[in-house]
Design a protein around this ligand. Sequence first.
Ligand code: ATP
Ligand code: MG
Length: 418
Amino acid sequence: MINIPKGTKDVLPQESYKWHYIENKVRGVALDFNIKEIRTPTFECTELFLRGVGDTTDIVNKEMYTFTDKGNRSMTLKPEGTAGVARAFIENGLYANTQPTKMYYITPVFRYERPQAGRLREHHQFGIEYYGSESYMADVEVMMVAKTIFDRLGIKELVLNINSIGCPECRKKYNEALKDYLRVNYDDLCETCKERFEKNPLRILDCKEEKCKAITAKAPVILDYLCDDCKAHHENVLKQLDKLKIPYVVNPHIVRGLDYYTRTVFEFVSTSIGAQGTVCGGGRYNNLVEQVGGKPCPAVGFGMGLERLILTLESLGLSVGEEEVPSLYIATMSEKAKEDIMPFALNLRAHGISTEIDLMDRSFKGQLKFANKIGAKYMLVIGDDELTSNEAKIKDMATGEETPVKLDEIVKFFIKEA
Ligand code: ATP
Ligand code: MG
């Protein structure tokens, strides 16, 4: 018996409806914000992530699924959605379009992490990418896309945590101040944070270890080190959120795990799904396009973990959609009826009426039981008499009520019901 790889999951036929529900919701919201879908390959040249995502990140350092292909090229399964979009934007010259370019994706993401609740080796993200706008309005609209999705799903408890990590200029000054503060407590940091100290001290603020949290609680705050432009941008974002009456928390510990962020960073955090509570994380990345070899182009976006979104809905007792059931089951009472039913069923299906027939050579009684089991909304019983007279009874399975119908008018019956 060969088992599923650790940290991955099957979506079985009886639960795929949850995914359809979520995907339909996010696509609907994207449509309302006039965001168009972009699809990029599942693997890219490893170099793209080294340059784009940043080689001081945990993702690039430890978590990538990298392999050498038969042509001896180093390839990597997407560890996040943004770098591939940036590559596609540059390679296809999307600069040439009228800006902004608003894009979304739904993609599998691969990270070699320690599997636990809400942390998988293959998970799925819905993400959006706004290219070409430097305006704080784009930051706020991006947050509102996430907020709209949560609202439409009925989730009220997610808290918007927001911070600014400034531009490379502000960050240089801040990193020095942070390192001066942390140097005193260096010996008490966890091993990972000791490594981060030189390469990426900002990430220490995001460490989940209690001892590091205790140390960083009193660390200098980056908001005090922002240059005038970054400060004005941040204040404008907050002002607009106030205007929209969106509750938020300014949280100086939000820094995000990827090196490409500049200025705004934010997370929507759940308190109901345990330690891995970040359902959506995003921010602005004005230097990413340049880092992966394009002309400078500002950008802002987010990634939303769909497994964590489903976990949140389930833990809050909210709807995750309903299992799709057929509109009609056709039970047959004779060999002749069974032979004649296929074209009849095909015609219904051609009209968008989900129809099921017997494929198991079940007895008539067995067919009735089956119709109940699969939750068919209606059942039609057809035997020799019905075929000759063109008349049959259609049964509403919920109420038991039976209505006479003409077989050649059955499509009309369903159109009327819908
Ligand atoms: P985390 O806080 O879990 O380390 P991250 O900072 O690595 O998250 P991003 O790279 O911003 O997360 O990814 C965006 C979203 O994707 C996260 O907010 C989360 O909902 C989801 N996500 C990230 N990693 C995983 C994973 N290993 N399994 C399931 N969902 C994940
Ligand atoms: Mg992570």
